[in-house]
Design a protein around this ligand. Sequence first.
Ligand code: 3HC
Length: 696
Amino acid sequence: MMTEVGQGAALVLTEQRGAVAVLRLNRPPVNALAPALVQALMDALQQAQARGDVAAMVLAAEGRCFSVGADIHAFGDAGPDPHVLPCALTSSSKPIVAALHGEVLGGGLELALACQARVASADVRLGLPEITLGLIPGAGGTQRLPRLIGPEAALALMLSGQPINSADALAVGLVDAVVEEGLLDCACALALRLARNESRRTVRAPWPVMPSVKPVTRRLPEPAASAIRACVQAASDQTMDDGLALESRWFAQCLASPNSVALRHAFAAERRARQVPGVPAGSKARDVHHAAVIGAGTMGHGIAICLAEAGIQVDLIDPDPAALQRAQRAIERHHLQTQAKGRISSEQAQRRIQLVRTGESLAAAADVDLVVEAVFENMALKCQLFQQLDGLCRTGTLLASNTSSLDIDRMAQATRRPGEVLGLHFFGPAPAMRLLEIVRGAQTSGQALVDGLALARRLGKVAVVARVGPGFIGNRMVGPYGRQAERLLLEGATPTQVDRALVNFGFPMGPHTVGDMVGLDVGVRAAAEASPSADPRDGAVARRLVAEGRLGQKSGTGLYRYESGSRQALPDPAAEALIRDEARRLGINPREIDDSEIVQRCLLALINEGAALLGEGVALRAGDIDTVWLNGYGFPRWLGGPMHHADQIGLPSVLDRLALWAQACSSDEALWRPAPLLIELAHQGSNFADLDRQTP
Ligand code: 3HC
């Protein structure tokens, strides 16, 4: 017999199996532990406790997983203390066995830890990812886990935030049994044995050590890590009650920290970015079995790798046989390296290699579900290609361009099916970078967007939808950011100083290291293709270096120099002399520049441009801009993205600082003019987060 507990939809389902009451969490999609679910489980627990015909209980879950932990969107909502439910489970007079499947994360794992035993299905993934949100486990995990599996292994799980599989969980003693099938039967049988005192957990010593997990804290300023260490120490030398009290204090402190607020914002923004007006949730995407990628350069073969990794058959097309051969070798190298790292089997590597077929003729694109063009950034070439594809491809083929800045609408107009045309802007290296900018043309259909979003998910990418506009979201903002980085060189900073300041701020790489990596000539060519700037300072350094044959890493010198075979950027007095010479030619006197000026100018430029494009509707939400910069450009995640960071500075302060720089650099007054949206929000006493809340 099945009964239901909880208001409205049944949040907990209770089923009696002989003398065992099975309580099932039932809050799709992931059984996130919102206060209402916690309360419903407390009620169900109490009812089962009170029944004379219940000797033991099993805690299980409906749906794809056991539970992913606390409801991230409900932090701050009133609810019971996080310790109440786990303590109720622990102190139950009747034994409770957790039956675990799918993801068992955070507060979900902490519920399982509070049960007397744990049985897991083979597909289970168990972890405590709180640290990735700037938090510590706050429902008893810091105390119960070290007591169960030992401090070393517990620390490894908590500091890495990474989940482990069923085999590792069994090996460290986190679960008592793993079953291929019959999870509930096994859990019920164990619960009954425990009720009859026929089975007891064996405690082992010495504690096992968790294999190779890397703390996420290597790069992050992460107070949660030291809090975790303090709590785990308390688990060894304090009572359970004192340990739980310490955990509560640290949890509250971490929850209120700016780091955690930013990390939770990043989590929510990435998921919200998938919601696009005009695209109803649950719309069905067309199947993509077979794709064509046109252009076998670095981006083209990178995209082919991504598609093959998702099991999609690919025709990689390029008229140049040498380019195809290079691409084929690079594809093979990539998959074999992935295999060598132990991430895939040799069969999987071979299968992925075989999924990509190379050829010179466009005819191979005739019958595919998706075409991604990745040819040179040249509008005439792209329009001609789209016209050919339109004549060639069957109805229903999605036609995508990987352009990083050009007008998708012009490409769409070259076809008779503009509704099927969109931008799929991958970031290089495509297999490694998580971001996919989906560019919505004026006539792109809702179905094409659904298909693009579904493809992103299938490829494991974070998708953001942008409207057409030069550089879309990410590269448009790179413009003013890079311009400041270059101006700072002309005014007296060195490439090393600019890069070091921005790395200390939290970027993995400074803009000048990136410039050398991409190739200074690439930037010079792109600037020439876009509308030229009237200011002779714009691009002056890059043009001069390129004219001297300094293209960046590939030529051994650029803004830095490189030892043969090395990618390490070394300061180069010769490059610095050329920069000073260029500054002299432009009539700029060098001066001392401190790191805080570097960071402030680059960030203000970024924020102001973000506000401008948000006001123009190129991005739908400030959170979408943050998602782009977090996943495509290495903006420090613990600061939440440029727009979240602007909210933290305070928009009136952002305006004040823009005004200060406009005054300090009068020749750049126009660059520091605040975007209208920034002025409007600041004057209303509002901010980007408020604006996003009002956006559908
Ligand atoms: N709270 C609320 N919603 C959550 C959630 C959570 N903890 N975890 C996932 N979701 C939602 C997502 O928002 C998404 O909803 P949507 O479809 O409406 O956008 C849906 O569940 C599916 O999630 P994903 O799209 O992320 O699905 P994936 O399959 O790509 O990933 C996942 C699944 C690995 C579980 C990933 O969602 C994840 O990492 N979730 C966060 C897990 C986590 O950090 N848990 C700890 C929470 S803090 C805590 O428990 C504190 C405690 O110690 C007191």
